[in-house]
Design a protein around this ligand. Structure first.
Ligand code: 2PG
Ligand code: MG
Length: 419
């Protein structure tokens, strides 16, 4: 039985100096647990809605006092001193209380904070680590391959780079600790390289460098040089590269606008095909726009047998949309973000659908983060084998990687891609 005694929220800051929520749940016996709510910038149009105050006099309208008020008021009144059979039942009650399809009324930032805090409190009460408590029956937990976002562009950086994320994936590392070391060493090598070229080593929102480069191929070449300079092998035996172009952000008028060129879906697909041949690119997330479903089907047909093609804005961790995409073969992997859907239970359901369809999955942070490391435990619990949490730098990013290292030190779980 799950009895929630207290539920409180406060308005705190995320890593971009924007307000977000910290939620604390109290269970009987003095058990308390807290969760920090993440927030995105390149959001999918079908994501659950975060509630912002819109009062321009505070934080330019971005305050979350109304969402905080919902946790402290209506949600607490509805769920405290009531018994639930499970977290799933609590989450169902939140969904019902909200009453909208995308959690607009209470705010997905309020519901996900409550759901995460209670999930963690349940683990504390049971005396188990969060990853163990979250692990679905029949699933073998594993330590995921970290994907370090070392070059930032798109809406995450003020440079002229259209692609949003260039990530290092130490697929060949033997352990998470060694993968983190590899990420940090290549990050350092890359800094040296940028400095040598007279380029800026200023950082974007996710801690990656944000140099004034517009060509994605030029960035890829720099990454290969940095990987080698740090003494690692490129590719699946060593360090591979993953991209998140976040193409919805440079898609307009039915075309992709990249580095001064205007490309059709098919031309964009060919550009990716070429990148996967010239460079050790193993995964591409949101290579096409969320509205370009036909393009996605052709992308899978062209590259799906050798490249992981991850839907983020396309799928928004929404079980119904994922079901449709599985049927249409519109992707072969899903990005997983708790706040895109707004409860832990729906997130686990999205992950179950992917697992059963044989799809790969990558658990993800948001560009606006807190020091909360919940997603590290979620990635381990689900056995999905992949996580992205930004650069191996800045506390809100390293909180997740450091949590993985700590889990590995005590739990001796397998590391690497699933299946
Ligand atoms: C993404 C995310 C996280 P945001 O597009 O995958 O890197 O960005 O949180 O801004 O949506
Ligand atoms: Mg993305």
């Amino acid at each position: 039985m799950l009895d929630i005694e207290t539920l409180t929220a406060v308005e705190i800051l995320d890593s971009r100096a924007r307000p977000t929520l910290a939620v604390t749940a109290g269970l009987p016996g003095g058990v308390t647990a807290r969760a920090g709510v993440p927030s995105g910038a390149s959001t999918g149009s079908r994501e659950a809605r975060e509630l912002r105050d819109g009062d321009k006099a505070r934080f330019g309208g971005l305050g979350v006092r109304r969402a905080v008020g919902h946790v402290n008021g209506e949600i607490a009144a509805a769920v405290c001193d009531r018994s639930f059979a499970s977290l799933a039942e609590l989450d169902a009650a939140l969904i019902e209380l909200d009453g909208t399809p995308d959690k607009t009324r209470l705010g997905a930032n309020a519901t996900v904070g409550v759901s995460m805090a209670v999930a963690r409190a349940v683990a504390v009460a049971a005396g188990r680590p969060l990853w163990q408590s979250l692990a679905p029956a029949g699933v073998t937990p594993r330590l995921p391959v970290p994907h370090f976002n070392v070059v930032n562009g798109g809406v995450h950086a003020p440079n002229r780079l259209d692609f949003q994320e260039f990530m290092l994936a130490p697929l060949g590392a033997p352990t998470v600790a060694e993968a983190v070391r590899a990420g940090a060493e290549v990050y350092a090598a890359l800094r040296g390289e940028l400095t040598g070229l007279g380029l800026s080593t200023g950082l974007g929102d996710e801690g990656g460098f944000a140099p004034e480069i517009d060509s994605p191929e030029e960035v890829l070449a720099l990454l290969v040089t940095a990987i080698e300079a740090a003494g690692y092998q490129t590719g699946r035996e060593g360090i591979a590269i993953a991209l998140d172009p976040a193409a919805s952000e440079f898609y307009s008028g039915g075309a992709y606008h990249v580095a001064g060129q205007t490309l059709s879906s098919d031309e964009m697909i060919e550009r990716y095909a070429e990148m996967t041949v010239r460079f050790p690119v193993w995964s591409i997330e949101d290579g096409l726009a969320e509205s370009d479903w036909d393009g996605w089907e052709r992308l899978i047909g062209r590259l799906g047998d050798r490249t992981q093609l991850v839907g983020d804005d396309l799928l928004v961790t929404n079980p119904a949309i994922i079901r449709e995409a599985i049927e249409r073969k519109a992707a072969n992997a899903a990005l997983i973000k708790l706040n895109q859907i707004g409860t832990v239970t729906e997130t686990l359901e999205a992950m179950r659908l992917c697992r059963e369809a044989g799809w790969a999955q990558m658990v993800s942070h948001r560009s606006g983060e807190t020091e909360d490391s919940f997603i590290a435990d979620l990635a381990v619990a689900s056995g999905c084998g992949q996580i992205k949490s930004g650069a191996p730098a800045r506390g809100e990013r390293t909180a997740k990687y450091n949590r993985l290292i700590e889990i590995e030190a005590v739990a001796h779980l397998p590391y690497g891609l699933a299946g």
